[in-house]
Write a protein that binds this ligand. Structure first.
Ligand SMILES: [Fe+2]
Length: 462
């Protein structure tokens, strides 16, 4: 039996589905209202599927029911929606965990643009679009076997995609002198938090794979991911976590106002240029204070994220105060992701080298306890890192271990002979050799992916 809470979440989803359909009709699928509504719809579905693996809606003459109980909603959105469904002959809709935003977008499109072809026609159109996690009419459960992590990577990719859209909108609002849509940003942060609970490894793998993405918004999303994980490990409650995540997402917002020629310059910056870059914390705080719906913490973090634990850093402080906890958390995530995304011309850094470098800054740039905590969560070889072990095998780190930051779970991809393994498997680096009593495998070093030895496509979310 589904809980009452689930019932109300499903109700919200049904309403969002109906409303998105209306906006499709009114403004067209590519319009701003339709696009935003689709994102909201996806979040509401994600909320239900977070607790339920599958759920089903039935359509009767006048009502939509869940678990045999009609909702009794007679709003114009729902009444219209029922008319559409009846017209199409869709009498049942089933949603399975793992629905992607693309799936739901395709589904909405099929429902609200289809001529009346009956459920059969809708079924085959969904099939053509490769939508397996939504079924209508009489389709049975889609093939759920295996592929869970791979599916998660696909979902994680969408998390990045949506984040980029949200931050693109923020950027054009700031440049156009308009208000930032704080509600969309908060909804996104909630979705990111949900994804991190159910999809942590997938998001971290993708964070590693995507760290060389040129787009600055990817960095902001990565910083939000790391900040959420660190805050959660500290035991902060959901409300605080949400505010810190929002602050992390907006920490570099002031860079929007720094000329891009300076930000993208590949050679060293002149003193004058660096002085301009150093203004971004002040710019950022100002932008956020002009958008009170974002709250005050993001302004504080934007201002403080380049200050250091020992009081140095920039911008200077008029009087002595300690950096806030949120700023300390965000500054660790910021430096880590910036070091990791360094490109070849700047001297690409191996994760173990980043660990050494950052530990040297412990107690100076960063609070020592927070820094320790950070590496306990991501490990020295974070998920998504290619590693070579002392057996000569090569694999991908897929899950950090909080017990020993040098011993993550590794998916073995290449044997000692460096040839691809037919059936890759995940091993724990805590496995011991019964004869010698020593560890079976220990990581020697990380590897930079090459054409021959790389991260499998299934983990790149492509
Ligand atoms: Fe910054």
């Amino acid at each position: 039996m589904f809980e009452e809470k689930t019932r109300s979440k499903v109700g919200i989803f049904v309403f969002e589905l109906a409303r998105t359909g209306q906006l499709y009709y009114l403004y067209g699928r590519d319009s701003d209202p339709a696009r935003k509504s689709l994102t909201k719809l996806f979040y509401s579905l994600e909320e239900v599927l977070f607790s339920e693996k599958v759920f089903q809606l039935d359509v009767s003459a006048e009502e939509i029911s869940f678990e045999g109980l009609p909702y009794g909603d007679i709003s114009k959105e729902i009444t219209h929606f029922i008319e559409v469904l009846k017209g199409l002959g869709v009498l049942r809709m089933t949603f399975f965990r793992g629905v992607s935003k693309n799936d739901i977008s395709g589904f909405v499109n099929v429902l609200f643009s289809a001529p009346a072809e009956g459920a059969q026609g809708i079924e085959s159109r969904l099939e053509k679009l490769g939508i397996k996690k939504i079924a209508v009419g009489s389709i049975g459960p889609a093939d759920q076997a295996g592929r869970e992590l791979v599916d998660s990577v696909k979902l994680a990719k969408e998390t990045y995609h949506i984040g980029r859209e949200i931050l693109d909108d923020v950027e054009s609002a700031v440049l156009g002198g308009r208000k930032i849509d704080a509600e969309s940003a908060r909804d996104y942060v909630d979705s990111l938090m949900r994804n991190l609970i159910s999809n942590k490894s997938a998001l971290l793998i993708l964070a590693a794979v995507k760290c060389h993405d040129e787009h600055s918004h990817i960095h902001n999303i990565n910083v939000a991911i790391f900040s959420i994980l660190e805050s959660e490990a500290l035991g902060l409650d959901q409300d605080n976590l949400r505010e810190i995540a929002l602050a992390a997402l907006f920490h570099d917002i002031g860079k929007i106002l720094v000329p891009s020629g300076i930000l993208k310059k590949e050679s060293a910056l002149s003193d004058e240029e660096f002085n301009i870059v150093k203004k971004h914390p002040v710019y950022g705080a100002r932008v956020i204070l002009a958008n009170p719906d974002l709250g005050t913490l993001p302004a504080l973090v934007a201002f403080e994220h380049h200050l250091r634990h020992d009081g140095l850093g920039y911008p200077g402080r008029a009087f002595s105060t300690d950096q806030s906890l949120a700023s300390m958390i965000v500054s660790i995530a910021d430096v880590y992701d910036a070091m990791r995304s360094r490109r070849a011309y700047a001297g690409e850094m191996a994760p173990e080298k980043i660990y050494d470098e950052m530990m040297k800054m412990s107690g100076k740039n960063f609070n020592a306890d927070l820094l320790d905590n950070f590496f306990r969560i991501v490990g020295i070889y974070p998920p998504g890192t290619l590693v070579e072990t002392d057996t000569g095998e090569i694999g991908l780190s897929v899950n950090a271990s909080i017990v020993d930051k040098r011993r993550p779970h590794v998916e073995l991809l290449y044997g000692s002979d460096k040839n691809p393994i037919d059936e890759p498997r995940i091993v724990s680096l805590f496995e011991k050799d019964p004869e010698s009593g020593g560890y079976k495998r220990t990581i020697l070093h990380s590897l930079i992916p090459t054409k021959k030895i790389g991260v499998p496509e299934r983990y790149r979310g492509e």
